[in-house]
Design a binder for this molecule. Structure first.
Ligand code: HEM
Length: 309
């Protein structure tokens, strides 16, 4: 889906588009909240020291997309293992860790064909939908991968920015809104700083520069999101910024399919954390930042989460 133009792109996107509408996703709120609460319980079991990425944001986003796809609960440990690939720079061979995923999803699709359910795998497996088997499997892999790497880091980045700017208390006390805070974190330190691998299909003029047809181009989302012609004080993290026309989810026909899901997860995770955590502190000396093109953020984000208990 990522690599094809309309109308072929519309055919593929049309298969799952409806599933990702905010109205349809709303019903997932209680189950995502219970996933978030469970992970926070585990993370806080041994005290305030929590590595946010591996103990909080990654497990929550992996379990959420797994539940949405309909991966059986008893196989979540396999999925957790794949998500361990999070510590690996995918641009340098991390993909090998996912080599078993094709076979795995082909097996699950076959099961759904025989016994359909109300999950996303059943939508993709439906024999009435004109997709080749390869397209069905690719769909599952794309949704699984795109569905957690990005959101894991988006939420990590947001917590980091809140602490850096001393704004966590304001979020907890409802002085700043969860929704606008997450939008601003996506602008300020989004997890997808660039989109590359695109080619111009015809000559285009962009801000006075002519780009010939067939040229390879990279869209620097991170730079656009700090463009002073669009944003006042672009280097300032301002959760009350309004309007906030960032393009962290891209733009045009390929604009992120999962944006409503990512926003829902961000909102629920903020809610679950602020309901029980009084204050947060980043362990600066142990931070491990990364420049991963689809998971820009922190490989390790150790924090202290202070609760009342
Ligand atoms: C904060 C989290 C996320 C960010 C910042 C993000 C960012 C992006 C961006 C920039 C694109 C456009 C890529 C391009 O033009 O080549 C994209 C596409 C896509 N995203 Fe996301 N994404 C996020 C979460 C998700 C989630 C949760 C899913 C769920 C499955 C998802 C699924 C997809 C898919 C399937 C596409 C391809 C859409 C198409 O080609 O029509 N993303 N995303």
């Amino acid at each position: 889906m990522l690599d094809v133009d309309p109308p072929e792109h519309d055919r593929l996107r049309g298969v799952v588009d409806e599933y990702f509408h905010p109205g349809n996703l709303k019903k997932l709120r209680p189950s995502i909240r219970s996933i978030a609460d469970e992970q926070l319980d585990q993370a806080l079991e041994d005290g305030a020291d929590v590595e946010i990425i591996s103990e909080v944001t990654a497990p929550i986003t992996v379990l959420t997309i797994s539940r949405l796809l309909g991966i059986p609960y008893e196989q979540w440990d396999v999925i957790q293992q794949w998500s361990g690939a999070m510590d690996v720079d995918v641009s340098e061979g991390g993909g090998a860790l996912f080599s078993g995923t094709g076979e795995y999803f082909a097996g699950l699709l076959e099961k759904r064909r025989q016994e359909p359910g109300d999950d996303l795998l059943s939508v993709i497996a439906d024999p009435e939908i004109p997709l080749s088997e390869k397209e069905r499997v690719s769909f599952c892999i794309l949704l699984f991968l795109a569905g957690h790497f990005t959101t894991t880091h988006a939420i990590g980045n947001a917590l980091w920015a809140l602490e850096e700017e001393g704004l966590y208390g304001a979020l907890r006390d409802g002085e700043i809104e969860r929704t606008s805070t997450f939008e601003e974190a996506l602008r300020y330190r989004g997890p997808v700083p660039k989109v590359s691998g695109r080619r111009t299909t015809e000559e285009v003029e962009l801000s006075g520069t002519v780009i010939p047809a067939g040229e390879q181009v990279t869209a620097w989302i991170g730079a656009a999101n700090r463009d002073p012609r669009t944003f006042d004080n672009p280097d300032q993290f301002d959760p009350e910024r309004m309007p906030n026309p960032h393009i962290a989810f891209g733009s045009g026909p390929h604009r992120c399919l999962g944006a409503p899901l990512a926003k829902l997860e961000g909102d629920i995770i903020f809610e679950a954390i602020t309901d029980r955590v009084e204050a947060i502190d980043v362990e600066e000396s142990e931070l491990v930042p990364n420049m991963d093109p689809i998971g820009h953020g922190f490989t390790r984000l150790p924090m202290k989460l202070y609760t009342e208990e």
